[in-house]
Design a protein around this ligand. Structure first.
Ligand SMILES: N[C@@H](CCC(=O)N[C@@H](CS)C(=O)NCC(=O)O)C(=O)O
Length: 212
């Protein structure tokens, strides 16, 4: 069974949502970030970058256990392991998914994360940081909104691991006071409703809250 090291955060939710969509059995190990468990030697042996999520698959591609960190790499790994259509095997559709997955990993995650940091967690009020990252978050939401006006899902006609990667970050930006709702981006709101209606998405958000 796949072992998932996680916490109820956007990067963690990506992996639990995908595992639920794939109906793969998995065991959750909650890593208590507030207690700095991500720096424990046992966890560093799995992820030298001391962040969740990480997985250990006892049945890796070479027939021996494999551990993986970086949520984007984990999503690709799990989709390929199961030959899931959530990551098309080839062609334009595959690269559209990879492109939007990279957009999340390099843009949405870091920028929404910094917007949250400067508005909610920073020990001092730094207007430059607040302005820089909330402005960038709005720009990224506008990019998503344009794409989701053209297509039902972020990478085109089909639901994919790119939707799964981006969605938890839209929950996260809604905690930032400058984003009480996402009404300025109606196609993003429509897409969020599609995501929230999926039972696997609901389970993937819930399980890391209550299991260890
Ligand atoms: N690029 C990494 C980011 C992972 C990440 O930032 N995880 C956060 C929680 S969402 C974390 O573990 N933070 C703990 C720390 O930085 O010490 C990924 O996508 O997996």
């Amino acid at each position: 069974m796949i072992e998932l090291y996680t916490h109820a955060t956007p990067n963690g939710h990506k992996v639990s949502i995908l595992l639920e969509e794939l109906a793969l059995p998995y065991k959750i190990h909650l890593v208590d970030l507030a207690a700095n468990e991500q720096f424990s030697p046992a966890f560093l042996a799995i992820n030298p970058n001391n962040k969740i999520p990480a997985i250990v698959d006892p049945d890796g591609p070479e027939g021996r256990p494999v551990s993986l960190f970086e949520s984007g790499a984990i999503l690709i790994y799990l989709a390929e392991k199961t030959r899931s259509p959530l990551l098309p095997a080839s062609g334009e559709a595959r690269y559209a998914v990879v492109q939007w997955l990279m957009f999340q990993m390099a843009g949405v995650g870091p920028m929404f994360g910094q917007a949250g940091h400067f508005t909610i967690y920073a020990k001092e009020n730094i207007p430059y940081g607040i302005e820089r990252y909330t402005t960038e978050a709005k720009r990224l939401l506008a990019v998503m909104d344009t794409q989701l006006t053209r297509a039902p899902w972020i990478a085109g006609d089909d639901y994919s691991i790119a939707d799964i990667a981006i969605f938890p970050w839209t929950n996260s930006i809604l905690r930032v006071p400058q984003f009480p709702n996402l009404d300025a981006w109606p196609a993003v709101c429509r897409w969020r409703e599609q995501m929230l209606a999926r039972p696997a998405v609901q389970r993937g958000l819930e399980r890391p809250k209550r299991e260890n």
